[in-house]
Design a protein around this ligand. Structure first.
Ligand code: AMP
Length: 293
């Protein structure tokens, strides 16, 4: 396993692998690795001869009052964990390597970036699209793996890869959860024991909405209200947004039909902001631009 910190070195290593005819699977992360990341690495390993992972807490995707400074980082622990996952390359550049003085090009995926997370976190997806473009240009992978946990992000990346003619297939994998249903996230570290229990209400609320849908509820607003009221029974929880949306356009849908539907939300548990989602009417379509997992 090689740890690489410069773009140039990473490009050279990846080029060498390509020349040897090896396919490259790439997993971008912000580190503080957990089971969700491990699932992406496992899928990358099955499909590719070379597995590369990046660890980079990307400053441009954090707002001024967000948790960039305190976001958990532990490269030593991450590197040790990765020896178990048969990873070939870790790309872990310092911030100045990615954003040197004079950096001035940003990527903005219009439309999809303004809703849901984008409405709550202005500029977030501009930062995400920019870093992912840089990482894909550095690594040039055959496949890149992303989690449904960040559904809007995955959708935006599929769109940017298509629009910018990047020769990488984007693979989206289902959300890995604790036994309690809580979606695994590096930010779960911020939760104390009571908050961990309180946070399970998020998945309970999404599951309730799924059941209601199965039982015939077809009104988007009513499903949103059901989720909101389920979450807010928990005194430590406060909903930021909840949206029942078309899984391809991310626009709110009031009257649900057979289209794939994304139900996405963000909620505060104490001071910690968590996101989660479910997809209804999922379809498997190869080469899809949408959120097919
Ligand atoms: P992060 O390190 O949080 O930026 O996440 C890196 C990648 O792992 C992203 O594609 C995430 O969507 C994915 N990921 C994070 N948490 C999970 C999870 N619980 N299940 C599946 N994928 C996840």
């Amino acid at each position: 396993m090689k740890v690489i910190t410069t773009i140039k070195d990473m490009q050279q290593e990846m080029k060498k692998e390509k020349q040897l005819g090896r396919s490259i699977g790439f997993v971008p992360t912000m580190g503080y690795l957990h089971e969700g990341h491990a699932t992406l690495l496992g899928a990358a390993r099955i499909e590719n001869e070379v597995v590369a992972l990046s660890i980079f807490v990307n400053p441009t995707q954090f707002g001024p009052n967000e948790d960039f400074a305190k976001y958990p980082r532990d490269l030593t622990k991450d590197t040790a964990l990765l020896t178990d996952y048969n990873v070939d390359y870790i790309f872990a550049p310092p911030v100045e390597e990615i954003y040197p003085k004079g950096f001035s090009t940003y990527v903005n995926v219009e439309g999809l970036s303004d809703q849901l997370e984008g409405a709550s976190r202005p500029g977030h997806f501009r930062g995400v699209a920019t870093i992912v473009t840089i990482l894909l240009n550095t690594t040039r992978p055959d496949f890149a793996f992303f989690g449904q946990k960040d559904a809007q992000q995955a959708l935006i990346i599929r769109q940017l890869v298509k629009d910018l003619a990047i020769d990488t297939e984007i693979v989206i994998l289902p959300t890995v959860r604790e036994d309690s249903g809580l979606a695994i996230s590096s930010r779960n570290l911020y939760l104390n024991a009571e908050e961990q229990t309180a946070a399970t209400v998020i998945h309970q609320a999404l599951s309730r909405a799924k059941t209601a849908y199965k039982e015939g509820e077809r009104n988007g607003g009513r499903l949103e209200a059901l989720i909101r009221s389920t979450i807010e029974v928990e005194p430590r929880a406060k909903v930021d947004y909840v949206t029942v949306a078309d899984a391809e356009t991310l626009k709110h849908i009031e009257k649900l039909d057979e289209r794939p539907i994304l139900i996405a939300l963000a909620a505060y548990i104490g001071k910690t902001r968590l996101i989660d989602n479910i997809i209804l009417n999922k379809v498997k379509k190869k080469d899809a631009v949408g959120l097919n997992v």
